[in-house]
Write a protein that binds this ligand. Sequence first.
Ligand code: SF4
Length: 415
Amino acid sequence: MQNNYELVDFNEKADIYVINTCTVTNIADRKSRQMLRKVKEINKDAVLVACGCYAQVAKEELEKIEEINLICGVNEKNKIVQYVEEYIAQNSKNINNQKVNKKITKITDVMQQKEFLDFGQATYTEKTRAVIKIQDGCDRFCTYCIIPYARGRVRSRKIESIVSEVEKIAKQGIKEIVITGIHIASYGKDFSNGISLIDLLEKLNEVEGIERIRLGSLEPTIINEEFLNRLTKLEKICDHFHLSLQSGCDETLKRMNRKYTTKEFEKVTELLRKFYPNVSLTTDVIVGFPGETESEFEETYKFLEKINFYKMHIFKYSQRKGTKAAVMPNQIDGNKKEERSRKLIELSNRNEMNYNNQEIGKELNVLWEEKEGNYIKGHTSNYKVVKMPYKPIENTITKVKIDKTENLELIGTGN
Ligand code: SF4
């Protein structure tokens, strides 16, 4: 690590703690605060750094937390080592013996940040899969979301930097990459050379050793015939698309400031099913958005039944301070949100079970990831979870015949 620092497990006692905070909901804020306080229980003399989105949007709140020594915004993450050393020097401190008390805050206006902050190695890597960040920021300003204020405008990472990172990852033997960002459909919007997401994917498809490219959450507006004509030529692209719908009612979508109608969304799902016959479509839905009447919810429910997603992530709307939706009239009662959420979770589980049952008897290609009890577990390209009796074949892709389903997972024999 930089300047000879050593990375230790979170449960071990460390001299410096860096907590990357989240602010996506009020609950995330609370959890971030709890985590920050917990650290000083492990080592009261440690230097404690709070960085990330919550630090970016709520520096006053964090400045009140006595335990925190250094607050860094999202633009300052790559300078944390330098700031920690500045802090230690300023407080002329022996970390183990003396109490430090002069807080430092380093936050700049994220809206002014025009370039992607490239760490070069910002990837989260498992044994078989690596998550590649291709852009930051979002220009959409959905009324419930704080992210554009915390992360600023769209900034895309240079194509050469992404390709070179993926080449390095491939050399380590990793087979699958997941393309992520805050709003990956906007990739390239800030470039003047016309490069967009599809150009990047074409380049990544050429990287030797990578066998699967999975797309993270995608705004449906990017998908059209032209995009799919190019995408389907890339054999490594996984036939799993996560399209954030949020609501199946046009009036609710308008209040959310989402940029599509249910009709347009439906057209996109039809296209995906035409181009990818085994496609899995998953989505996010928010229930209990301000003003969501019984009939609006019914519309959403019917739309979801019609689209028949493989799986849905259901979120109960949670007021996020600083957003337009937080001060909208007709906030929905918690019990109502709970009831609507339960109905949609039931629908999602039913869909998943039905889709899984259709796989029984089929042979599917699985990237085997890890041992779980007596089984080895992995995913198909369309992101179904498969298990079979354990064999030491981690990080390989093999075919397996599906015999049955159990707890929303597919079970194969491996013979
Ligand atoms: S598109 Fe996503 S990140 Fe951007 S404002 Fe909307 S919900 Fe937030």
